[in-house]
Design a protein around this ligand. Sequence first.
Ligand SMILES: Nc1ncnc2c1ncn2[C@@H]1O[C@H](COP(=O)(O)OP(=O)(O)OP(=O)(O)O)[C@@H](O)[C@H]1O
Length: 299
Amino acid sequence: MVIKTEGLSFTFGKQQVVKSLALQVPEGSIYGFLGPNGAGKTTTIKLLLNLLKPDAGNIHIFEQDIKTSRISILSQIGSLIEQPALYQHLTGRENLLNRALLLQVPAQRVEDMLDLVQLTAAANKKAGQYSLGMKQRLGIALALLANPKLLILDEPTNGLDPNGIIEIRELLKKLVAQHGKTVFISSHLLGEIERMATHVGIINNGAMLFQGSVADLQAISKPLVRVDAENTVDAANLLTRHHINVTEVTDEHLLVPYISKQQMGEINALLNKNGQMVYSISKQQKDLEKLFLDITQRA
Ligand SMILES: Nc1ncnc2c1ncn2[C@@H]1O[C@H](COP(=O)(O)OP(=O)(O)OP(=O)(O)O)[C@@H](O)[C@H]1O
């Protein structure tokens, strides 16, 4: 495990915001650390980066204890917490060169990182004029300068438009596949994470609700078929008569547990054949909130 914590706990005043967390982040994974606002993600990340001291518990990173090997561990981690700290009046390249000097990293590495995050063309533009997505990518380039083995990113896609999100996603996938990194990334949106993550940890109120591979998560967060139809009640009755389990009916749509593409086709054909007007039929993944309910009800 690249990150392993046991009984990790932290309290702000009287509020326990991290509750006995046992994180397990495998090497070479993209670990999505999920939870709604205020769940304790940033606090956990600060504990991992030794910016806060835990009340209780252990943190092992690269199989070393953070209490005894702080410097060696931190020198192999690149991190980005919330907004990257950029010099707005300097260009993207100058921001990187500055940090390279500080870290005693060769200047060529700056060019390589600009290339990696696709900022070469904008390298001479002032960072203050960058879009939010470009700023985040510059932040990731800064975090990567010292060639860390582990990248810890706190909500790097927050506030980005869909294109910006895709760019970050592709970049992180490349870092893992081609550069052998491990990425720990927090988010409050499951949809953003599940397309890149190999593993997920879901926390709420400081406690871990689920941890495992994305395949494990998908197995318990069963998708649904959503049918938007002219007359949802009649459509639901028809499906029920054909032994299809309808789990929800509203004026606009009905829901059926998803089994396969074929099953979706069969539902569509059945409704059409019986004169039911279908506006749309789609596979739906549950949102985080529903997933939380599933997971907590299962526990
Ligand atoms: N400096 C602080 N002093 C007191 N309470 C704090 C402090 N920082 C965070 N908290 C509280 O700790 C809890 C967890 O906050 P944290 O920022 O870790 O959550 P988060 O999951 O990262 O949420 P967000 O996505 O909103 O950043 C919240 O209830 C928050 O109000």
